[in-house]
Design a protein around this ligand. Structure first.
Ligand SMILES: [Zn+2]
Length: 396
């Protein structure tokens, strides 16, 4: 294991440091840790297995870092509003070790957890509250799958652009050879499966785990002309592989999201998006979370990161609900409001009644991240949580 250091003009804002960390893991295989300091200059330290020479790595990192930082420098995020919540006694340290100690969260695999105790209760109560609040928009309940056809992500353009974070699902080939070789692989397994010699569909996976709740919804509208705006709400479990950037409940590989999705004429979608931004800020305030609603960007793969960030900020397409984590002064995105323009309408051939491509927007709330922010801001005693307004049984 060797480590490589380089400097960038700083200081870099926290969101840019986060974006940079996430992307540098993807520059080359064998990277085990990326750290970006908040000083000026910002020091970047990358630990790697030495499989690639330092000179080559440094050139790759330098280009990736310059692209990300250039994008960040071009636009400052625009704040829609602050929730203005005042916290009496936030937790002085990271809630996660306490949650593990109490058995409220138990890591199953890197980036996936089993939840219990008041943490599980808080996530369910939060979802029920959000669903109730979202219903006021006239959104109908639907149930959406987590297991998608690759065609869904290919048509929507999520592949290849977000291909690095996708989770591909395969199965064994239907043959005796495959089952016999798997049995041999299991016999030798030590908590880890080595399946490269087992005939399977890994070369052409027939399904992919959904990276976002709304992806399969657009497919259901393919080729249709809509009578008017369509609003639906669903909760789904989503999956994103984040390599070394996976971190506790802040950056999960498996996470639950409650979404509102709207597809319809441009004017209706734009008007709804404004209402959703108000709703997002009001939700932070009324559910007692100290945070901000502001413009943001999606973390796209490295060579398009800077371009996508500029594009999204320029057009204000993505807004995030960002909650404060007082114990280390950082922030965490707990939700987002996304305007997709006519991207999905064009991709799936969905038209508004006037014949133009349908526009779409969605609003999502990450249940794990929201609950994590709640604990960081109010502590582990559920009697102190600001949950009366959202129906959580106090003292449970
Ligand atoms: Zn969505």
């Amino acid at each position: 294991m060797t480590s490589l250091r380089f400097e960038l003009p700083g200081p870099l804002p926290a969101d840019v440091r986060d974006l940079l960390r996430g992307h540098l893991y993807w520059v080359a295989p064998g990277i085990s840790r990326v750290a970006v300091s908040d000083g000026d200059p910002a020091e970047v330290v990358v630990a790697h297995d030495g499989g690639i020479g330092d000179g080559e790595l440094l050139a790759l990192f330098g280009k990736a870092a310059r692209d990300v930082v250039a994008g960040a420098a071009a636009f400052a995020p625009k704040v829609v509003g602050h929730s203005g919540v005042v916290l009496a006694a936030p937790m002085p340290d990271d809630p996660l070790p306490h949650l593990v100690e109490r058995g409220w969260a138990r890591e199953e695999a890197s980036g996936s957890f089993t939840y219990g105790g008041p943490l599980a209760g808080a996530m369910e109560a939060l979802d029920a509250t959000l669903r109730r609040r979202i219903a006021a928009f006239g959104a109908a309940d639907i149930l959406l799958p987590s297991l998608l056809s690759p065609a869904t992500l290919l048509t929507s353009g999520s592949l290849p652009s977000a291909g690095a974070s996708a989770n591909y699902v395969f199965h064994l080939q239907e043959s005796v050879t495959a089952t016999e070789r798997l049995a041999a692989a299991c016999a030798e397994a030590d908590g880890r499966l080595e399946m490269s010699s087992v005939p399977s569909t890994s070369g052409s996976p027939d399904t992919v785990l959904t990276p976002a709740v709304c992806q399969p919804f657009y497919r259901t509208l393919a080729g249709r002309t809509l009578d008017g705006p369509l609003l639906v709400t669903a909760r789904a479990t989503c999956y994103r592989y984040e390599s070394g950037a996976t971190q506790g409940l802040r950056r999960l590989r498996e996470f639950r999201v409650r979404e509102l999705v709207c597809v319809g004429p441009e004017e209706d979608v734009l008007a709804l998006r404004e209402r959703l931004l108000d709703f997002a800020l009001l939700s932070l305030r009324e559910l007692g979370i100290l945070g901000t609603v502001r413009t943001a960007y999606d973390p796209f793969f490295i060579d398009t990161a800077a371009r996508m960030r500029m594009y999204q900020l320029a057009f204000g397409l993505k807004h995030e609900l960002v909650a404060a984590l007082p114990f280390d002064g950082s922030e965490l995105a707990v939700g987002s409001v996304n305007h997709h323009g006519d991207h999905f309408g064009r991709a799936w051939g969905v038209r508004a009644q006037d014949g133009r491509w349908a526009h779409s927007c969605c609003m999502g709330f990450g249940l794990e991240r929201w609950a994590y922010a709640l604990l960081a801001q109010y502590g582990l005693d559920s009697r102190r949580w600001p949950t009366a307004a959202w129906g959580y049984p106090h003292g449970s």
